[in-house]
Design a protein around this ligand. Sequence first.
Ligand SMILES: [Mg+2]
Length: 250
Amino acid sequence: MVKLYNADRFDRLPDAILFDTDNTLYPYDPAHTAAQSAVRDKVVKTFSIKPEEFDAAFKGARQQIKARLQHTASSHSRLLYMQRMLEIMGLGSQVLLALDFEQTYWRTFLSNAILFNQVKDLLDDIRLLGIPTAIVTDLTAQIQFRKVVYFGLDHHFDYIVTSEEAGFDKPHEAPFLIALEKMRPAGDLIWMIGDNPVNDIQGGREKIKAVTLQKLHEGVSLGEGPCAPDASFVDFGALRQLLGKLAERK
Ligand SMILES: [Mg+2]
């Protein structure tokens, strides 16, 4: 069931629906954990170092890149993390290895990323109802496009906006506004569906007055206060039911 906290905001079908991707359409943690450990194994083997040495160098690299590039798509770049890690290890930039480790990360990530049940059915329902959709996601276009194609979702969304394209990560207004600019919805009832209480829920509500729906599962806690969503759900099947009910009211 979809839990409605502000039931009055769900009196009709939305004019457009925005979706976060990572940890909303699929669980992020299992994919990331598998990917990170594949990279660790490879680096440890390549340089005959201890796993702890990898962990320390990688952690330092990630912190430095994030501090320098905060709130931008490239602050999440695995390629930059690998490059900086190699530099911290005293090996110089080692571009070929950086590329190789990045590929290992994303290859392993994708093969361990599994869409939540009924995501595709939901998107089919939305298409039949004639409601425009867009992905609004942080990170660089290259990998986010690859994920969408990997999941077979490239024909399920009308538009995609990445934070690389927008210049800023959510909850900055830019990605939300660019999505609406592209979609030109017929009315102002916009749904924002995402897992992150700050980036998706608070951002969606404050920046574009969206009706916010939080996807909950293990490791995600319900937003509170300024991050409280208008609704929450665990199963995409429940969201399909809600849309079905709203469609009947038409
Ligand atoms: Mg997310």
